[in-house]
Ligand binder design. Structure first.
Ligand code: ADP
Ligand code: MG
Length: 232
C-alpha cells in the first residue's frame, strides 16, 4: 500500500522524518482533508501555481532538513498576487539558505489559504513500554505556553476520544464562548480516531503531530494545515 511504500522510500533515502509534503500523503491516505498544494521549484513556477490555486495563498519552505518551518521564517500567509508569490519564493529560499545553510531545499510549497477557525493539535509519542500515546490540545502559537494537552493510550474508541476532548482545560473554547458557535467536535474525534488507526497500523511511527488542525463550526469540518511524522 501507498503509506508503506512511502515509508520505505523515506528510509531508502536515509531519512526517518517526514515533513509536511510527505506527511500530507499519509494524512490523505487516511481520509483527512488538506488544503490544495503544489511544490514550486522557482519563483516563476510559484507565481503560476498560485494563479492556478487561486489567491490568497500560503507559501512554505520544503526541505527534509527543516521540520519547523516558521522558526527560519519559512512560512508566509496571505499572498495576494503573482508578483508577491514570486517575491515570497525568493525571500523564503533566501532565509532557508541563510538560517540553515546545509539544508537540502526541495522548493517552496504553494498552498490554498484556509479560512480561520480554532487551531487544535493532535500529537503522538510512542512510549517503549506502554505504546502510542495520543495527545490532543489547543494548537497554533499557544501550544508551548498553555501546555494544555491531554494524552490517552491508543487504540482509542470514540467514547474515549469524546472524554479526552472534554478533559482539555481549554475545552470551553471548542464549545464556544460568548455566543460563539460550537466547534465541529465530531470531526475532531474522527481525526483522532484516524490517527489512532494509523499508529496502530504502523508501529514504526514513533512520533507525529498534526498542528494546526483547523476546526470550523459544527457541521463544517476540519482541515489539516501541517503535519510531520518521525519513524523509528
Ligand atoms: P510550522 O512548520 O512552523 O509549524 P505551519 O505549516 O504549521 O509551519 O505554518 C505555521 C502557521 O501558519 C500555522 O500554525 C497556521 O496558523 C498558518 N498556516 C499554515 N498553513 C496555512 C494555510 N494553508 N492556511 C492558513 N493558515 C496557514
Ligand atoms: Mg505547524
Amino acid at each position: 500500500d501507498h503509506v508503506r511504500d512511502l515509508f520505505a522510500q523515506v528510509r531508502a533515502a536515509g531519512r526517518v522524518e517526514l515533513g509536511e509534503i510527505e506527511a500530507r500523503e499519509v494524512m490523505a491516505a487516511y481520509g483527512m482533508r488538506l488544503p490544495d498544494s503544489r511544490l514550486a521549484r522557482s519563483p516563476e513556477e510559484a507565481a503560476e501555481i498560485a494563479k492556478e490555486i487561486g489567491f490568497p495563498v500560503v507559501m512554505k519552505i520544503s526541505s527534509p532538513d527543516i521540520l519547523h518551518k516558521s522558526d527560519i521564517g519559512g512560512v508566509r500567509v496571505g499572498i495576494t498576487d503573482p508578483q508577491a508569490a514570486s517575491d515570497s519564493y525568493e525571500l523564503i529560499a533566501y532565509r532557508a539558505r541563510k538560517f540553515s545553510p546545509n539544508a537540502r531545499i526541495w522548493g517552496v510549497l504553494v498552498q490554498e489559504m484556509a479560512r480561520k477557525g480554532r487551531e487544535v493539535l493532535v500529537g503522538v509519542s510512542r512510549d517503549p513500554q506502554f505504546g502510542a500515546l495520543i495527545g490532543v490540545g489547543m494548537g497554533g502559537i499557544y501550544v508551548e505556553v498553555l501546555k494544555d494537552v491531554v494524552f490517552r493510550l491508543a487504540p482509542l474508541s470514540r467514547e474515549e476520544v469524546r472524554e479526552q476532548l472534554r478533559a482539555i482545560r481549554s475545552f470551553p473554547l471548542l464549545q464556544g464562548v460568548r455566543g460563539e458557535q460550537t466547534a465541529d467536535l465530531e470531526a475532531v474525534e474522527d481525526i483522532v480516531l484516524r490517527v489512532s488507526q494509523l499508529v496502530s497500523d504502523f508501529p514504526e511511527i514513533v512520533e507525529m503531530d498534526i498542528n494546526p488542525l483547523v476546526v470550523y463550526n459544527r457541521g463544517e469540518g476540519v482541515i489539516v494545515l501541517d503535519a510531520r511524522i518521525i519513524l523509528q
